[in-house]
Design a protein around this ligand. Structure first.
Ligand SMILES: *Cc1c(COP(=O)(O)O)cnc(C)c1O
Length: 360
């Protein structure tokens, strides 16, 4: 079988060794005579998977003991609500930096819960760049500062992060978690849907500074309170067992590849191949993001007009490239090059882009 040249924005490509390992165990997990999906979430076999996934996440991302690792459901989108429900105490304001559609959605949900404030925004410039750190203006009574580390739709990414000891920093890291080395202690809460870099959809992870857990009001609905998950090891109710099993396999793969430093270097290499192709095209391809805000996960670009973009996408499709259409709010093209997208696939795309340009 030929693997597709998969550039989907999410769910997205998974590492081939992960899929093979899952296939090998599909009907008979570890000699149990059962598929992973058939294991009780209270069984010894599942418990080992659950613990191992947590341990690996801690080791691959270097998460200190002062943080809880939680397995949640509802996607990153439910975190848009859970964050303010747990952490937006009355009389304070949730501060948001707007860098795209996801941060707008996070703000909208917080507005339903309490007071909010836009601390910085690049909306006026169609989200082509990430605001400078010194442009962020926190309100006086800030409960937290929320940012979106990578913007899948616009193809922008924070390169370094704001720091403010007094105000907790909360990051939606759905589309660049595990793509580069990080000092977890610079953040107070990181959340991410798994379906870009961590595994399939169905599980959402949260890495939360234990200090923040005391902020949640006990009258919150049980399933919307971070403490429920922290106290019960994310086993209060049935977790998404299959997704967590696949998360474990992806983490094992990341470890075998050499960990975050190797993955980070490879991601830089892949992004460079495509951005070089754009920059050397003499304006044939135009990057959406400003150069200092470019994402290493989602490369967004347009061609000279709609018609040429359409032809590009059509011919790319015929050549076997999947998922290159840009989001409707930006148009044009987008190549998502998460951890599991091989360098060779990116090289093939760059070749295709050069050939297309030459023809036109
Ligand atoms: C994909 C994505 C989301 C949406 O995640 P769901 O799991 O579908 O809710 C939110 N934020 C960012 C930054 C994303 O990339």
């Amino acid at each position: 079988m030929k693997r597709a040249l998969n550039f989907y924005a999410g769910p997205a490509a998974l590492p081939l060794p992960v899929l093979k390992e899952a296939e090998k165990n599909w009907l008979n997990y570890n000699g149990s005579g059962m598929a992973v999906m058939e294991l009780s979430h209270r069984s010894k076999e599942y418990d080992a998977i659950h613990q191992k996934a947590q341990d690996l996440l801690r080791s691959v991302l270097s998460i200190p003991d002062s943080y809880e690792v939680l397995f949640l459901q509802g996607g990153a989108s439910l975190q848009f609500s859970m964050v303010p429900m747990n952490l937006l105490t009355s009389g304070k304001a949730g501060n948001y930096v707007l860098t795209g559609v996801w941060s707008e959605k996070a703000l909208q949900e917080a507005e339903k819960v309490g007071q909010v404030c836009v601390a910085a925004s690049s909306k006026e410039e169609n989200y082509r760049h990430i605001p400078k750190i010194n442009e962020i203006k926190l309100s006086e009574d800030a409960a937290y500062l929320h940012i979106t580390s990578n913007n899948t739709i616009y193809g922008t990414q924070w390169d370094h992060y704001p720091t403010n000891e007094a105000v907790p920093l909360i990051v939606d890291m759905s589309s660049d978690i595990m793509s580069k080395r990080l000092n977890i202690e610079n953040f107070d809460l990181i959340y991410a849907g798994a379906q870009k870099n961590l595994g399939p959809s169905g599980v959402t992870i949260a890495i939360i500074n234990k200090k923040l857990l005391s902020h949640s009001n006990p009258s919150l609905p049980t399933m919307l309170n971070y403490n429920t998950f922290a106290k019960h090891d994310s086993l209060y109710n049935t977790p998404p067992t299959l997704a967590i099993y696949l998360l474990k396999l992806v983490l094992e793969w990341a470890e075998q590849e050499g960990g975050l430093s190797v993955i980070e270097k490879r991601n830089e290499e892949k992004a460079k191949i495509l951005y070089n192709c754009i920059d050397e095209s003499e304006g044939f391809y135009k990057g959406h993001a400003e150069i200092d805000s470019r994402s290493k996960m989602n490369v967004t670009f347009t061609l000279k007009d709609e018609e040429t973009s359409k032809q590009f996408l059509q011919q790319a499709k015929e050549a076997g490239f999947i998922g290159l259409g840009g989001h409707r709010s930006v148009g044009g093209c987008r190549a998502s090059i998460y951890n599991a997208v091989p360098v060779e696939h990116v090289e093939q795309l760059a070749e295709f882009m050069k050939t297309f340009q030459y023809k036109y």
